[in-house]
Write a protein that binds this ligand. Sequence first.
Ligand code: ACM
Length: 538
Amino acid sequence: MCAILTLCISSLSAQEISIIPLPAKMEPKSGVFTLGNKAKIYIAEKTGEFEKVFKRWESKFENSTEVELQQTKNDKKAAIAIIQNPKLKAEAYHLSINVEGIRIEASDAAGLYYALLSLEQLSCVEILTGINAEHWDRTFPCVEIEDAPRFSWRGFMLDEGRHFYGKEEIKKIIDAMARYKMNRFHWHLTEDQGWRIEIKKYPKLTEVGAWRESKVLAYGEVKPDGKRYGGFYTQEDIKEVVAYAKERFIEIVPEIDIPGHSQAAVASYPEFLACDPENKHEVWLWQGVSADVINVANPKAVQFAKDIIDELTELFPFGYIHLGGDECPVNKWKNNKECQELLQQIGSTNYRDLQIHFYKQLKDHIAQKPKDKQRKLIFWNEVLHGNTKPLGEDITIMAWIGADQAALHAAKQGMNTILTPQIPYYINRRQSKLETEPRSQGWGTETVEAVYNYIPMKGADTSTLQSKYLGVQANFWTEWVEEASIVQYLMFPRLAAVAEAGWTPQEKRKYDDFLRRLQAESEYYRLKGLNYGKHVIQ
Ligand code: ACM
């Protein structure tokens, strides 16, 4: 309570401004602007998304503060003036506060959304979380901010194949991402251990593939617990979450990881997905990489993948679909007659080429769709290795293993790339060596500081390759994480560190300053009911 009172009663001094991610340019000024009970507000653009963003903010702000906002036609008389300025870059905004009032210029609706988020961070954490801010003194510190993101892709991936958390948990994550001005949620929806999205044409994917006979995933000493466990999203759930994210300027990228990491799908339709349909197939109870991959030489398996892409296209309007491509053992293909024959047909002796051949057919399928239904494909960086028949330049590489080199290699070949280095951006890994750290992967070396200090594009020539690097993304794998509260514990506050790498110019990023600003986050997490790693927050 004390912390809230200090934050809300006194105006913030320059040193106390704690915006995360740090704006590209910020100059604190002396003095404060105080908002009256009834404040005049001028908004120049009264149509479309821009106005919708304002309206949503207005009702949240009024509810939280009991300030009544009254529209005026005269920007000179306004306490808050909002102007659309198409000369600014996408997502950019200027926020200027002096003792007379607040002026926002934003390039587009996203820019306005981000300007209002920064404005909320300058006021009071209750406003940010949308609850009653009765202790707020209605002041804003005077400041000049010129802000725009460093990268267009500021992502977070959650694996729900291994464990399933449900849409209310996803919405909490989306809220936190939005608060950090992140804009891509990569939803890893299928795994060896579970298929989590309803596909109308293949109902067994969720009747069979969404369920397994253990909640924990066995590894070493840990054995299956025999409890029936699972869950999935209906197509209605998916639409609801996509719309929820869209209001927060977050686009959702679905990932269907095929043909590897697909044992749950194989268990659902072994008759055409398995390389050995005569054997028993079940949703996997173990951690690791299953050898039970899709038979890419079966035309029905190819059709299956095309049908899934068709349904995904209808559910996810964003321009990207992720098809996985990581860790796909080829042993089953080597022992399968159809695969042996197909390999000969395509003129190769390298079984990895079958995976690329499979993807090519899916890419061609997408290319035949009308323009608004076309989607770009994203793959993990393994698709650049070990094969002799490349997939072409028009794919995006998500670089995780040997990420810096893989991304550079992709960019130099003309592909777009996203940096998601396993070390240190897999934020499911233990974030400290403390005894209290939950069971997860790693040795506690992916600390908040290590995550913060990763330098995107290190060693890449920014003058020629900048446009190829779409941005950065934190990934969260859930083999060890059964509960949503542990997901939260491990992802916060490290998500904020990744968000800042995606937004703030590298030369402005200093860990000590980030750590100072991070202290204010505990109140945000508390009010939102989010668990977080507490060791770096006093
Ligand atoms: C991955 O970590 N297998 C993408």
